[in-house]
Design a protein around this ligand. Structure first.
Ligand code: SAM
Length: 312
C-alpha cells in the first residue's frame, strides 16, 4: 500500500458544517492534520482560507506538506500536540481563528504500518507512539507500570471486562521475559480473554487502552477544548470527530456545558452564577457516517462529528 493513505472521514459533513466567510482571508486550525485530507478539501472550497496544520507525527506532516503544496503560503505546518494549539497559533501571530478541526485518534497509515505497533493484526514492535520523540512506548508501559496502573489502563481506557486478570498475567509474564512485540501481547490476550465467535477479537480493547495511555489521548482532548473555544472568534466553529465513546463523551459534555444558559434559580433579580453561554451546538446528536460513506470506508463506522459555534 502507499506510504501514507487516508480517506478523510465524514468529509461531506465537515464541508457542510465547518463553514468560513469568503469576504476575507479566514483562518483554520486543523489540530490533527494527518495526511491533510480534510484541510485540502477546505482550502479548495475557500480560496482565501489560511491554514495552520498541527500534528505530532512527522510522517503525517511530510504527507500533509505534499498534499497541501497546491495552496502555497496559505499553509503553515507545525509539529506538536494539539493541546498546545493556542501557543502554536500565537507563534504565527494568530490571536483569533474562524474554525478549528480535530479529527482525533490514529490515522489509517499509523494503523497499517506494523512498525508503528498500533495494530494487533500484524507483528511489530510494541511502540504505539504517535510522536516518535516521546520516550513512553507501549512496551515500556507494559514492562514497567505497576499492577494497579495496568488494571486502571485496561479498565478505564479499554473498558476491558477482564482488565484485572489481564494485568495480573502481564505482570507474571514480564518477570520471565519482557514484552517486546505486538505478538507477545496478542498471545497473552488470546490466552486470558479468549475469543468468542461474533465478539470483538481478544486483543482489541487492550490495544485500544494502551494506545490511549501511551499518547495521553483523553488528556490531550480535555486540555485542548477550552483553549479552542477561547481562540475562536464570534461565529467561528469548532468541529471534533471522535472514534470511541470515551472521547465522544468528553466532547459532548464539554459542549453541553459551554452551551448551557445561566443556572440561577428563576426569579433572582440578577445573575449570581456568572455562567455565560459561549457556544451554540450545531449538531445536536452528532453526525455519523452515511451508508454511502460506510460502503467506501469501513473505518468511518465508529466516527462521530460534533460541531458548535461561538456566540460571543
Ligand atoms: C485521524 S488522523 C487525521 C486525518 C486527517 N483529518 C486527514 O484528513 O488526513 C489523526 C491525526 O492526528 C494526529 N494526532 C492525534 N492526536 C494528536 C495530538 N494530541 N496532537 C497532535 N496530533 C495528534 C495523529 O498523529 C494523526 O496523524
Amino acid at each position: 500500500m502507499a506510504e501514507f493513505e487516508h480517506i478523510p472521514v465524514l468529509w461531506r459533513e465537515v464541508l457542510e458544517h465547518l463553514t468560513f466567510p469568503s469576504d476575507r482571508p479566514a483562518r483554520l486550525i486543523d489540530g490533527t492534520i494527518g495526511g491533510g485530507g480534510h484541510s485540502a478539501l477546505l482550502l479548495k472550497k475557500y480560496p482565501a482560507l489560511q491554514l495552520l496544520g498541527i500534528d505530532r507525527d512527522n510522517a503525517a506532516l511530510t504527507k500533509a506538506a505534499e498534499t497541501l503544496a497546491f495552496a502555497g503560503d496559505r499553509v503553515k505546518l507545525h509539529r506538536g500536540d494539539y493541546s498546545s494549539l493556542a501557543s502554536a497559533a500565537a507563534e504565527y501571530g494568530w490571536d483569533k481563528v474562524d474554525g478549528i478541526l480535530l479529527d482525533i485518534g490514529v490515522s489509517s497509515p499509523q494503523l497499517d504500518h506494523p512498525d508503528r505497533g498500533f495494530s494487533w493484526r500484524a507483528d511489530g514492535p510494541l511502540d504505539m507512539r504517535m510522536d516518535q520523540r516521546s520516550t513512553l512506548t507501549a512496551s515500556r508501559l507494559l514492562n514497567f507500570a505497576d499492577l494497579d496502573e495496568l488494571i486502571r489502563i485496561f479498565r478505564e481506557y479499554g473498558e476491558e471486562p477482564k482488565a484485572r486478570k489481564l494485568a495480573q498475567v502481564i505482570v507474571e509474564v514480564r518477570e520471565k521475559k519482557p514484552f517486546a512485540t505486538t505478538a507477545d501481547l496478542v498471545e497473552v490476550c488470546d490466552r486470558v480473554i479468549g475469543r468468542k465467535p461474533g465478539k470483538l477479537p481478544a486483543p482489541t480493547l487492550a490495544f485500544q487502552a494502551l494506545r490511549i495511555a501511551v499518547n495521553d489521548e483523553l488528556g490531550e482532548l480535555e486540555r485542548a477544548l477550552p483553549d479552542a473555544v477561547k481562540l475562536l472568534r464570534k461565529n467561528g466553529r469548532l468541529a471534533v470527530i471522535s472514534f470511541h465513546s470515551l472521547e465522544d463523551r468528553i466532547v459532548k459534555e464539554f459542549l453541553r456545558e459551554e452551551a448551557a444558559e445561566c443556572t440561577c434559580p428563576p426569579g433572582l433579580p440578577v445573575c449570581v452564577c456568572g455562567k455565560v453561554k459561549r457556544m451554540e451546538i450545531v449538531t445536536r446528536k452528532g453526525v455519523t457516517a452515511s451508508k454511502e460513506e460506510l460502503a467506501e470506508n469501513r473505518r468511518a463506522a465508529c466516527a462521530r462529528l460534533r460541531v458548535a459555534e461561538k456566540l460571543i
